[in-house]
Design a protein around this ligand. Structure first.
Ligand code: NAP
Length: 258
């Protein structure tokens, strides 16, 4: 047990005077992303289908960031490290500042129909892939020493299991626990680890087809998550100042039950 004197000493260590003044506070959405300066900052997004991943990539690109998108054809789960190394060597004068893991393999199956292979796929898509990606990105961030952000996409299954989603819930909740551990280990080293719980259906052509909606139609506002609106949250997290970090937040449409 540490004494209260020890605890006080530990707090005091956090407050060792640093005479560098804080920078000016910019209006919401106008800060530069945490980490290397904008002109040197690479944003890397893994898991880029036509929906969320692409909107996140576009949002950062619109702010002048160099964005590398890794999709299945370029970065199979077993080659994530090589893909991240390729991004680094493609822009040797720039540094990975924001790394976003958006991939997942959504296994849907009754529990008795699950087999080891399906569980493995689910775990590979979230935990093994997320781990390899995080390690490769962290290696780069620790090497350049200017800090950065690692942001992971979660789902309702990250915090709530339900029927037919045992493998997916195990994988997503494991990823969430891994994020918490990384946040605690790397936060003091100026690397912000955040986890976004996406609690609802993301609008996509697949979702429109599933509900039998006619071609060209849209879900009404507030019914589903709309990727270009969601993507602003990733930018917001990446822009947070080290004095005000969010580790986890949830996003859901207005009409979602929770
Ligand atoms: N769709 C939803 O309604 C919803 C709801 C809640 C949370 N989420 C979460 O939001 C994120 C994006 O979801 P999404 O629906 O846009 O796409 P998704 O189908 O869940 O997959 C996300 C990305 O993972 C990659 N991926 C999918 N299957 C893969 C496989 N077998 N092997 C390797 N990579 C694979 C794909 O990237 P590439 O094609 O580039 O390889 C895809 O863009 C995911 O983390 C998901 O769990 C989605």
């Amino acid at each position: 047990m540490s004494s209260s004197a020890d605890r006080a000493r530990n707090r005091i260590e956090l407050l060792v005077p640093n005479l560098t003044p804080h920078g000016a506070v910019a209006p919401l959405g106008h800060d530069a992303c945490h980490g290397p300066m904008t002109s040197e900052h690479i944003v890397i997004v893994l898991g880029v289908g036509p929906g969320l991943g692409l909107s996140i990539a576009r949002t950062f690109a619109s702010r002048g960031y160099t964005v590398a998108i890794l999709s299945r054809s370029k970065a199979r789960l077993d080659a994530i490290r090589t893909a991240v190394a390729n991004v680094r060597s493609h822009w040797p004068e720039r540094r990975i500042g924001t790394a976003i893991y958006n991939a997942s393999i959504r296994v849907r199956s009754g529990f008795m129909d699950l087999d080891g292979e399906k569980v493995k796929q689910s775990v590979d898509g979230s935990i093994t892939g997320g781990f390899a990606f995080a390690q490769a990105a962290l290696e780069s961030m620790l090497e350049h020493g200017r800090g950065g952000s690692l942001i992971f996409t979660g789902a309702t299954s990250s915090i709530r299991g339900r029927e037919n989603f045992a493998a997916f819930a195990a994988a997503k909740s494991g990823l969430r626990a891994m994020c918490q551990s990384m946040a605690k280990e790397f936060g003091p080293r100026n690397i912000h680890v955040a986890h976004v719980i996406v609690d609802g259906l993301i609008e996509s052509q697949q979702a429109l087809d599933f509900f039998g909606m006619p071609k060209g139609s849209r879900f009404p506002d507030g019914g589903v998550l709309y990727p270009p609106q969601m993507a602003k949250t990733w930018l917001f997290l990446a822009q947070q100042h080290p004095g005000s970090w969010t580790h986890e937040l949830d996003l859901r449409p207005a009409k979602e039950h929770f």
